[in-house]
Design a protein around this ligand. Structure first.
Ligand code: SF4
Length: 494
């Protein structure tokens, strides 16, 4: 089962629509700057936060390096608690497992808690095809389900919707006339409609923020309480999650949880942190009679022991989206994947196919902001560059773009040639410099004006500065400094 994908033309088309939508740009700016500020405040309140991030990185690294062992421990522990554990190699297998469980219990209505994984495997479509109605119960997910759209943001799926658009959807669903000024009435309508679904649902489906191997528990973090309703009211609960979301023990889970909500929403912890450890026991006042955990691979194990293994450390906190200049302008739908922003630009091609998501490795300015904010310090820019190289090597990028990339790679790989090319470019740009601006007869960059090369390179300025200070190159050599040390930061633009 595949997700929609993002070719160059699709990405450009969706991004252009988003960029021209002034209302959307305003809404995104407000929401994302709120998340950024909240994250900054929450992390600054943690003593030794950088050491904590390093610790989490080390935990995720060693866990992924021994993934099979931890998964087997989880399976044994979960089964000992009375849960059923299923393994799905593909998205289609995962959906089929959930549909089969639903059919075995004659389920007609499924209440769902927010889950990226069920978006990834397109579970709602599979359930509907089997005659089963899925209802999203997270407010944001429900809004996008009602508007038949994919999620816009990892933690805020309806971040792009205005109050007016939400009211229209709710009015259509409830048949009532609602007012934008009366938010309590609006939420009361949503609560009433969703409560009826919770009570009528025969099966609850959730994702899993993480699983704890030592006790076989699935941990969910939510802010609305709907996760608890989904996992306790219906008689059957199914948790669907990726195989990488595993913590060996509760000690590791505690570190994970301490950075997850802070990075995502700026909270010390989400309002609800729920651990599901098997079905209800005799004497429990609530809880499902049956618990199933579906562990989904869908391309993840293929990434083990490759340069992309690091991406499996992701917590799906969404912090990288909030700082990404491309996501902030292009919006979530341009990614054509449930995983948007910088993390989506890496995992979507890796999990669903580079050809299908050819535009995404280029949907980045490589500014490095995503790596800076990531609680696990995942080096997304490195992987974006590696994916671009693969696209050229596999012929996915063809024609003039491939030629240009090969030519630049050849030039930059040879210091002499690079200097020669820059000298030629500096001379060649002269006729097109007007009032200090580069005005080319043909535009290669749309409405953006390309920068021009400065009259002198950094290397020249450096040498002139040294001469002015009376330091000769020989004395540099005597100090053990090579002029090659300056390579890399060679050029500056005007
Ligand atoms: S890559 Fe890092 S910042 Fe982005 S969602 Fe994953 S954990 Fe969060």
């Amino acid at each position: 089962m595949s997700t929609p994908g993002s070719s160059f033309s699709q990405f450009r088309h969706s991004a252009t629509i988003a960029i021209e939508d002034v209302r959307l740009q305003g809404a995104l700016d407000r929401a994302l700057s709120h998340f950024r500020e909240a994250r900054g405040n929450a992390l600054s309140a943690v003593p030794d936060v950088e050491a904590l991030r390093d610790h989490l990185k080390a935990i995720r690294q060693t866990t992924i390096a021994n993934l099979a062992e931890h998964l087997e421990t989880f399976e044994r522990s979960a089964q000992a608690n009375g849960a059923h554990v299923h393994w799905a190699r593909t998205a289609a297998e995962a959906s089929q497992i959930v549909v089969d469980i639903a059919r075995a219990h004659n389920v007609k209505l499924v209440a769902k808690s927010k889950s990226m994984m069920t978006d990834e495997i397109r579970l709602n479509q599979a359930l509907e095809a089997a005659g089963i109605t899925p209802v999203e119960t997270d407010l944001g997910e429900w809004i996008i389900q009602l508007s038949q759209e994919p999620p816009y943001h990892i933690i805020a799926p309806a971040v792009h919707k205005t109050k007016g658009q939400v009211i229209e959807l709710f009015e259509h669903e409830s048949g009532e006339s609602l007012s934008a000024a009366d938010i309590p009435a609006l939420t009361a309508v949503a609560r009433r409609m969703l409560r009826a679904k919770f009570l009528a649902a025969d099966m609850g489906v959730s994702g899993g923020n993480l699983a704890v191997a030592e006790t076989g528990s699935v941990v969910l973090v939510t802010n609305e309480g709907n996760g608890r309703m989904v996992t306790t009211l219906p008689r059957v609960h199914v948790a669907v999650m990726g195989i990488e979301k595993i913590a060996p023990t509760w000690d590791e889970a505690a570190v994970w949880l301490s950075l997850l909500a802070r990075s995502a929403t700026g909270q010390p912890l989400s309002i609800y942190t729920t651990a599901i450890t098997g079905p209800a026991r005799p004497g429990d006042v609530d809880g499902p009679q049956e618990v199933h955990v579906v562990l989904v691979d869908n391309g993840r194990s293929r990434l083990l022991n490759t340069p992309y293994e690091e991406v499996l450390q992701c917590l799906r906190c969404g912090a990288c989206l909030n700082v990404c200049p491309v996501y902030r302008e292009a919006g979530g739908h341009a990614y054509g994947s449930p995983y948007t922003g910088p993390i989506g630009a890496v995992v979507s091609p890796l999990l669903f196919g580079l050809e299908q998501y050819e535009a995404l490795p280029h949907a980045s300015s490589l500014c490095g902001a995503c790596k800076d904010v990531c609680p696990v310090r995942i080096d997304l820019p490195r992987m974006l560059l590696a994916l671009r190289q693969e696209e050229v090597a596999q012929g996915i990028i063809a024609g003039p773009e491939a030629l240009a990339e090969r030519a630049v790679a050849a030039l930059m790989g040879n210091a002499g040639l690079w200097q020669l090319a820059l000298g030629a470019a500096r001379l060649g740009q002269r006729p097109f410099l007007h009032d200090g601006q580069l005005q080319l007869p043909v535009s290669f960059t749309g409405e953006r004006r390309p920068p021009h090369l400065a009259a002198k390179s950094f290397r020249q300025l450096w040498a002139e500065g040294l001469e002015a200070e009376g330091l000769a190159a020989e004395s540099l050599a005597a100090e053990g400094l090579d002029s090659q040390d300056c390579r890399g930061d060679d050029e500056r633009t005007g």
